[in-house]
Design a protein around this ligand. Structure first.
Ligand SMILES: [Zn+2]
Length: 263
């Protein structure tokens, strides 16, 4: 246990780190699927007029509010998604810190949550999950797993294998039965990453949770739009949501569903 005032400093620090990370994620979401480099020099510019953002136009969330959502150069509207991604990253980092405290595990799962957020918006925009995030993430998650609470190298490797293996089998069976493509290879690689970060229980839990959330959202969309939307929504965002639910509530969910001594 650490002292309450240190606890609050830690929470504030991780929220701020989340805002900054979210600002970087906006760059990742824009550039990675377009094949652009991530490195500097890369001062952000308005996509409409090319106006270069000065530092006070580039402060997470605050600048958007200060500029009232419009470019200072040409007045064209700035997407509300930029501050939204920044705020979501801050909330996730705060939640991870509250859950895991001042540990390496917190850093590990902050990076994991940030990657899932990027995957979500890239998949919504482009219908792809870049290998740089899924395969790259899986490799890093496996390498760093040694220092993570309740994970370790063996569980991480097993999680990646079970996660990608199950989604691959599901996708294959779905394709054989319905002759359509439900989940793609991108989802298989994403589950390798998720399994590497959450272990075998997390891989299975994520598949169950994401199918559940995906079915509910699918039914709502079909009821609203009155047509078959099976193809209209990519599955990556649901896998991300499922993984985050498991990250925060997986232990209690596992106990509820399987109330026997854990191996
Ligand atoms: Zn502009």
């Amino acid at each position: 246990m650490i002292a309450p005032h240190l606890e609050r400093i830690g929470a504030a620090w991780f929220s701020l780190l989340g805002l900054v990370a979210g600002s970087f994620l906006n760059v990742v979401i824009y550039r990675v699927p377009r094949g652009f480099a991530l490195g500097l020099p890369s001062r952000s510019a308005c996509p409409s007029c090319g106006h270069r953002l000065s530092w006070f136009e580039n402060v997470p969330v605050l600048s958007y509010l200060w500029l009232r959502g419009r470019c200072a150069g040409c007045g064209s509207p700035i997407s509300a998604r930029y501050p939204l991604v920044e705020a979501m990253t801050a909330v996730l980092f705060f939640a991870v810190y509250r859950h895991f405290g001042l540990t390496f595990t917190t850093l590990y799962y902050c990076a994991f949550a940030a990657a899932l957020l990027a995957v979500t918006f890239i998949d919504l925009d482009f219908r792809i999950i870049p290998d740089r995030i899924s395969i790259g993430g899986a490799a890093l998650a496996l390498l760093a797993s040694y220092w993570v609470e309740d994970l370790g190298f063996a569980k991480s490797a097993l999680g990646a294998a079970i996660g990608s293996g199950s989604v691959f089998s599901l996708a294959w069976a779905y394709n054989k039965i319905t002759n359509r493509e439900g989940m793609g290879l991108g989802d298989v690689k994403l589950l390798a990453f998720i399994g590497a970060a959450l272990g075998p229980k997390g891989a299975i839990g994520t598949i169950i949770l994401s199918s559940f959330v995906g079915s509910i959202v699918g039914l709502i969309l079909m009821a609203v739009h009155r047509r078959d939307l099976r193809m209209a929504v990519p599955f990556g965002p649901f896998l991300a949501i499922g993984a985050l639910i498991f990250l925060f509530w997986g232990d209690s969910l596992t106990l509820t569903l399987y109330p026997f001594p854990q191996p």
